[in-house]
Design a protein around this ligand. Structure first.
Ligand SMILES: [Fe+2]
Ligand SMILES: [Fe+2]
Length: 164
């Protein structure tokens, strides 16, 4: 293992810890443990600092055009290779519907992300200003306005959060 490998591993671990602690914070909030929820959110914010430090130090942040290409490659790999394989295996294993659905919605949304990124790259420097709306059930990501019903998971309009 080189330091570059270790930076990659540390970036992955810190990134995961960030999301995990946010999920734990939400749970603590629901259970009425407000202070513990705050602690999880504080640690989550710190893990983000660590993750971003590792990513920068390993040279993982380039110019925006390169970053868009990187993002397109990542999303494309996910919806062409990774998720189709995962879905196939989950079906073979007779894994839970929840697991299959979790892969399936991500798969569909990564395809949308790849398209949005391609568009952004093609128009770099003259990108039209618009807001994005993200479905809090499936992650579906749409431009301009939230649909009445999420075309991926059928969630109602209110489940979409505007991203400025
Ligand atoms: Fe994505
Ligand atoms: Fe959705």
């Amino acid at each position: 293992m080189t330091t570059q490998d270790n930076l990659k591993e540390a970036f992955a671990g810190e990134s995961q810890a960030n999301r995990k602690y946010l999920a734990f914070a939400e749970k603590a909030d629901h259970e009425g443990y407000k202070q513990v929820a705050k602690l999880f959110r504080a640690a989550a914010a710190a893990e983000t600092v660590h993750a971003l430090n590792h990513l920068r130090v390993m040279g993982g942040v380039g110019k925006t055009a390169d970053n868009l290409r990187n993002a397109i490659d990542g999303e494309t790999e996910e919806f062409r290779e990774m998720y189709p394989k995962f879905i196939e295996q989950a079906r073979k294993e007779k894994a839970s519907d929840a697991a299959i659905l979790s892969f399936d919605v991500a798969n569909k949304v990564e395809k949308i992300h790849a398209g949005l990124y391609k568009n952004a790259l093609d128009n770099l420097g003259k990108n039209k200003e618009t807001d994005y709306y993200v479905c809090s059930i499936c992650g579906n990501t749409v431009e301009r306005s939230a649909p009445d019903k999420c075309p991926i998971c059928n969630a109602p309009k209110e489940m979409f959060k505007r991203i400025d």
